[in-house]
Every structure is written in C-alpha cells, then in structure tokens.
Design a protein around this ligand. Sequence first.
Ligand code: GLN
Length: 538
Amino acid sequence: MGEPVKHLFITGGVVSSLGKGITAASVALLLKQRGYKVFLQKLDPYLNVDPGTMSPYQHGEVYVTDDGAEADLDLGHYERFAGVTCTRQSNYTTGRIYSTVIRRERRGGYLGGTVQVVPHITDEIKKAILLCADTGADIVITEIGGTAGDIESSPFLEALRQLRVELGQENAVFVHLTLLPYLNASGELKTKPAQQSAGIMRSIGIIPDVFICRTEVAMEEEHFKKLSLFCSVPRAAVIEEKDVKNSIYEVPIELAKQGLDSLILRKFGLPENQLDLSQWNMMVARAINPDCGKVKIAVVGKYMALRDAYKSIFEALSHGAIDQRLDLKVKCIEAEDLQNRDPVELLGEVDGILVPGGFGYRGLDGKIEAVKYARENDIPFLGICLGLQCATIDTAKNLAGLFGANSLEFDPETPHPVISLMDEQKKVVNKGGTMRLGAYPCILEKESKAAAAYGATDISERHRHRFEFNNDYREILEKAGLRLTGLSPDGNLVEVVERPDCCWFVAVQFHPEFKSRPLKPHPLFSAFINAAFQGKQK
Ligand code: GLN
C-alpha cells in the first residue's frame, strides 16, 4: 500500500474575512510546487444548499465549476493559485449535508433509529471529506468557513476532531488562521484574541499544529514566543501572514520564506522535495512592475459597492494586464449612475468598457447605455453573459429599429424579446441549481476577434444563465451589424457576438473570467486589455 491520503484542515479564529481562502490556496500552490497532487475543498456552515440563490451582496460572487456547481468564491482562489480544477466535491454547505441526511431518513435509510447531529450529520461531513481521496490527491486541503466558536460550524469541527482520531495525527494536520489586531492608540500588536481562539479550538478537542497570524504590522519575537507558549505549538509553527503590499499573489512567496510548506510536510512525515516557484516569482515580478504603460478599464455593474461580487472579473482583468505588462486601473461604475448622468462624465477617460453578468432589472438601462457609449465612441468592449444580452438589446433598439426590444427576464410583455427564456428552462420551477450551468463547447467563426484571441475555433467555457439570444432575431440583428461569431456545436445557441464596425467589440454568453489564472491569463481578457491599450495609443 502507498502512503495514505493526507488531510490538511484550515480553520479560522477571531473574525471572518481573514483571507482563509487565499491562505488555503497559497498552501496548495506550495505543496503542488513541491511535487504533490493537491485537492481543495471548502465547507460552508450555512443552510443554503449552495450559494447560487444568494445575492452577491450577501456572499460575493457565485463561482461556477466545469461540472456545473454553483460554489463559494474561494474555489476561484484555489483554481487561480494552485492551478487545480475544482468540482462539486470542492464545496459542501450545512444545507447540502442536511438535505442528504434528511432525504435518506425519508427513504427509510435510518429505519428504527433516531437521526441526530452526532453521529449522522458529522458522519456525512466526514464522508464528504474522505470522498476527496477518490480524486487521486496526495494531500486534501479542507477549509472550514466561519470562525471558531460559531454555533453553525460546530458539527464541522466535531467531524474534524473525530477524523484526526480515526486517521491518526500524521494524516490529519490542523492549521489555524487567526488575527493579531494592532492598537493604534498604544502602538501595540495584541495576541490575546488569538490565544482565546486557540482556547476555543482546545475546548472542542483540537490543538492546531500550525498558527498563521494575520497582521497589518510585523510581529516581534515576543509575539511568536507568547503564541507558542500559550497555544501549545512550537515556535517554528507560528507563522506571520502580514498584509502584502502589491498583489495577493505575493502571499505564497511570503509563507514559503517562513517554511510553512516544509513544516506541513514534516508533520505529515512526507519528503520535503525541492520547491519550484520560479514561474510564480516571475509572474509576481511582472505584476508588480508593469513596464509597458497604463490602461484604464470601466466595469459597469450593479453590485459595485462590494468588490467580491465581481471577484473573478477583477482577477481576470489583472491577469490580462500582467500578460500585457500594463498597469491596470479599474473604474467601478454603478450602472444606475449612467441612467441619470452624462456618460462622458463617467466613461470619458476610460480605455475599455466591460459589462459583466447579472440578474434583475435594476441598472439594466445603464448597462445598455455603457454598450452604446462603447459602440458610438469605438472604445473596446467586452460583454459577459448579461453583457452579451445588453449588447444585443442595444443593437436591437438603437440600430435595428426594434422599438421596445428587451429580454423576457426584464419585460415579459416586450414586443421584441430579442433575449428569450431557453426552451429547457421553461419547465423549471425550482430556482436552486437549475440554470444552464458549467462547461459547454462553443465553435468560433475563423475570421473573428474571438478566434483570433483564442488562437482556436473549438473552445469550452463555463456558463450560468437561463436566457439566450432569440434566434428569431438573428437575421434582422445581423443586418444591423451584429455578427454571431460563436455558436453551440448544433448551431442553435448564440454564444458570441461581435460588432465589426468597432475596433474590438466582443460579447460572450459564457463566463471566461472563471478560467483565467495568473499563470495562464484568459485570452479574451488579454486581447481586450491589449485592444484597450492600443486604442488609447491612437
Ligand atoms: N440574467 C441573465 C440570464 O439568466 C444573465 C445571467 C448572467 O449574467 N450570469 O440569462
């Protein structure tokens, strides 16, 4: 028998939003670059079965996997940092665990028994974790959402405690991410909250093996010593994770400097191997020193107050800028502002305009205004999902003379439903997990901006939508200058539209942002950023 699969559990203390996802993803990158196959998983202690039904304002962006899961945005960090491909197995919520148990109970699966949180829910959680071994990974990293001490996360932590007993210390290692607050008034960095979160973990029966401390300022030796003594870990297992200056992609480099990856491998009793971060270091150096100029991109959406709502979009734009060695400024524009202000005021000095995906009527007219502005002023434009639908409505209303054209999503009575509900969606009743989700192929026309960007005509991209380009309007919209340059292989679904009368105007029904990685920038984002920069030079 080979080595048993090793499990790394990452918990959080003191507050949420510590960057657990980025830390988990960074650790995964380091272990991968030491030659291990890594799989990542996030456990979320809320009752929604998945985040798909939540507003981005509640939860940030809904990430989509190839296999069609609507998932936590941390999976995006996992894919971007560690270059792994996440699946449905990568994200479980309390709701998903409970619904499996309750369905089994109704079928009579526990006939005669009382179904309880311990052992039935905890067993189901353990199963969800252990199933990851089937991916062939050497090391499975499981991040637990929430904060130690939350009522909601206690079944998850109990399951982890049990797993460590069952798998053995050397196969189940705990990393606890915690916060050292800095008190400006006294100029002090405090360790007490971190000690207390270690205490909470101990009271659950878990003594973490490694402490990672999030901090704004550098830790002193006394802080390391205190935490070591009071949290029952060796000094070397206290790691500082200070805010990075320029790019989140610096985090793994900083963690590696302190030997976090070697420490974890030693705990697992695995050979340390050589760490190869050469490509990553090169990418970070490029990200920090863009030497080819500046570019300014406007993102026009409706959840602009929360950057996490468009996480993958911002990341993909930054990858495009890294690829082109450009210094990127993103201007976030509330779509509604374009409805009552002069567009020149808001879009006057941007080099490119992006309209991302979205749901619901609010801000729609502002997004269409942004498309029109890009088209009329020949500013490079990238439309994504709802962005394609807005581009279609713009051509319909403003160029094809289809007065009142709209999407059926926003106006069920429109005389010209240029965007209509997909056939397969008409019978859908439940809202959760029922959109057209995940990876589907698309064939691009050879002579198109999209094919030029991809350097290919057969592509596969991830989707998340219910509505589509209405084929009844193909001819009239094509006459109005909209080229349909990407279709599903059966020719039925419009996946990409372009306007050849503009220098670079591409809109896609899918979400390219989910597949962009810093080491492999998405071709559409690179081409868009490049077009924006070229346009500016002119
Ligand atoms: N609301 C639109 C649809 O369901 C667009 C979805 C999106 O942008 N992700 O088709």
